[in-house]
Every structure is written in C-alpha cells, then in structure tokens.
Ligand binder design. Structure first.
Ligand code: SAM
Ligand code: DTB
Ligand code: SF4
Length: 325
C-alpha cells in the first residue's frame, strides 16, 4: 500500500505533469489507491440538476446552449415557480438523488430574484436533500443571503486553464470566477468547482485547470469534470472528440491532487461507453448527475445507470458523506 496521500495546496506544474504522463496503469493504480484511502470505492454520490431559468443568457461561453450570443438560440424562460421546483425535487429524491442542484442561465442573479431563490433553498432542504445552486457570479450580499437560507453548495466552474480561458469566454474573466469562489468559501458555503474538457485545449490546459483547483486555499468539496457536449450552432459544435484515455487521465489526476473531494463524472456520459465510465469510477470518480436531462442536454436514463451500477457492484452514497476514511 502506498503511503496515505497528503492533502496539499502547493502542487507544482512539474509534479502534476509527471503524474498525468506516467504509464496509464501506474496512474490508475496510484489514483485508485488514493481513492481507497479516503472513500469507499464502491459508493457513488448522486446529484440531480434542474434548470430553474433557461436560455437567453448574456454571457458568451462558447460551449453553451443557453447563451443568447450563440446560434443555438434556446428560448429564454422566466425563473421557475418555487412550487414547481419542489415538486421536481421530491421526485428526484424518490429516485435516489441526495443533492438537488438548481441552475440559472444568468451572468449573476438579480436582487429581485433573491427571495424566490431563498424559498427554493429552504424548501429543498426541508425535503432532506442537500442543496446546490449555480447562478453565475455572486456579490457579498447575495452570497450571505443564500448561506442564511441554508444553501449547502455553490457550483461555479473555472471551466478551463487560465491560458485557454479567453478562447472560450470573453464576457467574464478567470479572475472573476476565482473571486466568486473565494466569496462562496468565505461565506461558509461548500464549493463545487470544476471544468469542461474536450474543448480543443491541450494536455497542459487540463493539468493547469486541475492545478488551479488543487492549489486553492481549500479544495472544492465537489469537482465536476464535464466532457464537452457539442451543441449545434455553438462555436464548439464541430469540436474533435477527446481521446477517452485523456479523459480518464484527467479524472485520475483530479483524484490524486484532491484526495478528499468528490470528483464528479459530470456532463457527457451519454457519449461514454459503460467500460469508459467503469474506468472513470476506478480512477477516482465518485459522483454523477442522475436523470435523463442535465440542464438542457441529455443524460443517461435512470434505468441505464441502475443497470451499470448493478453490474459494477456500485451503491448510492448517503447524503453528507465525506472523504475521510
Ligand atoms: N450560468 C451559470 C454559470 O455559468 O455560472 C450556471 C450554469 S452553467 C450551464 C454551469 C456549467 O455547466 C458551466 O460552467 C460549464 O462548466 C457546464 N456546461 C455548460 N454547457 C456545457 C456543455 N455543452 N458541455 C459540458 N459542460 C457544459
Ligand atoms: C457542472 O459542472 N455541470 C453541470 C452543472 N455543473 C451545473 C451542467 C452541465 C450542463 C451540460 C449542458 C446542458 O445541460 O445544457
Ligand atoms: Fe450563461 Fe452559464 Fe451558459 Fe455561460 S455557461 S452562457 S453563464 S448559462
């Protein structure tokens, strides 16, 4: 058995490069060993997403179906009613999700929406689920109000490396993203932060993205790794597919750099074989989104995931579990 992997915040690019580029079997062995040191390797946490406000977003994220600046032109909806959110959350709970993740296509929330958002957080918490929101950038007051309402997690992704970032988004900066993450952390809300790979970035961008997360003062409790879902009429619609081995290496590196975090095998699972997903779980992924829709894009059906978990002997993780074996 390898020595227990320490929790570090001072990883160097050189160390991370060596880890990422070692022979695949060595990397998988190392990542899986670290995974076992902190988690039950046969348990996977399940979150359910809901888009509470869809489309018409002012930002220009080039991967996104919801940007008003992209050609996808998804019709813009209003903020959903609290009752409807709670109905859907109840259903998600009955289907085994332990965390309910509410996303809005905003640059940042408007103050007039805060009361509704707070009611959503309180209602979902009363159902006994963990709450998560992803609403864009937050200011201090909004962060405080969400914390006060009982929000457990805030999702805000850095998306890619600082170097590649401006190729993907121009309407807000990498530093803006870090500032929101800092604010969320300071307010005592748990952090969910990850990114997307397969956007035409280089290997060093994948490594640097993970380094930026691992060298935060505290590791995000959840690290979603999304595989780009190419959306028609967006600038990334025709992106060449990422080599699946590169994807698995990225999961494995996330696990080694951030041993206690839940690493989420996030968007893009409909395009992954069962074998590739199994390899990701071996490499340290221990969280997924369940249900047949993410925010706007498809996700594997509940049945398909249940069958895969059954074949792999994977169980659902209880709410509030942490990496601390
Ligand atoms: N508007 C908010 C924001 O961007 O902060 C919240 C919702 S946004 C859709 C949440 C995250 O989903 C993005 O940061 C990105 O990492 C991921 N995402 C969006 N579209 C995606 C796609 N087509 N493929 C993979 N991941 C995607
Ligand atoms: C995250 O990292 N992935 C989720 C969640 N956080 C909000 C979103 C995935 C979106 C996939 C594209 C869509 O459904 O439109
Ligand atoms: Fe808007 Fe979020 Fe999509 Fe960017 S990722 S366009 S901020 S909904």
């Amino acid at each position: 058995m390898l020595e227990k992997q320490k929790i570090r915040h001072d990883w160097t690019r050189e160390e991370a490069d060596i880890l990422y580029n070692q022979p695949f079997n060595d990397l998988l062995f190392q990542a899986h060993s670290v995974h076992r040191q902190y988690f039950d390797p046969n348990q996977v946490q399940r979150s359910k997403l809901l888009s509470i406000k869809t489309g018409g977003c002012a930002e220009d994220c080039s991967y996104c179906s919801q940007s008003a600046r992209n050609g996808a032109k998804l019709p813009a909806s209003k903020l959903m009613e609290v009752e409807e959110v709670l109905e859907k959350a109840k259903k998600a709970k009955a289907e085994g999700a332990t965390r309910y993740c509410m996303g809005a296509a905003w640059r940042s929330p408007k103050d007039r929406d805060m009361e509704t958002l707070e009611a959503m957080v309180r209602g979902v918490k009363e159902l006994g689920m963990e709450t998560c929101m992803t609403l864009g950038m937050l200011d201090d007051e909004q962060t405080g109000r969400l914390k006060e309402a009982g929000l457990d997690y805030y999702n805000h992704n850095i998306d890619t490396s600082e170097r590649y970032y401006s190729k993907i988004i121009t309407t807000r900066t990498f530093t803006d993203r870090l500032e929101t993450l800092e604010r969320v952390r300071e307010a005592g809300i748990k952090v969910c932060a990850g990114g997307i790979i397969g956007m035409g970035e280089e290997q060093m961008d994948r490594v640097d993205m993970l380094l930026a997360l691992a060298n935060l003062k505290e590791h995000p409790e959840s690290v979603p790794i999304n595989l780009l879902i190419p959306i028609v009429k967006t600038p990334l619609a025709d992106m060449k597919k990422l080599d699946p081995i590169e994807f698995v290496r990225t999961i494995a590196l996330a696990r080694v750099l951030m041993p206690k975090s839940h690493v989420r095998l996030s968007a893009g699972r409909t395009e992954m074989s069962d074998e590739m997903q199994a390899m990701c779980f071996f490499a340290g992924a221990n969280s997924i989104f369940v249900g047949d829709t993410l925010l706007t894009a498809d996700n594997p059906e509940e049945d398909k995931d249940a069958k895969l978990f059954n074949r792999l002997g994977i169980d659902a993780m209880a709410a509030h579990s942490h990496g601390n074996r």
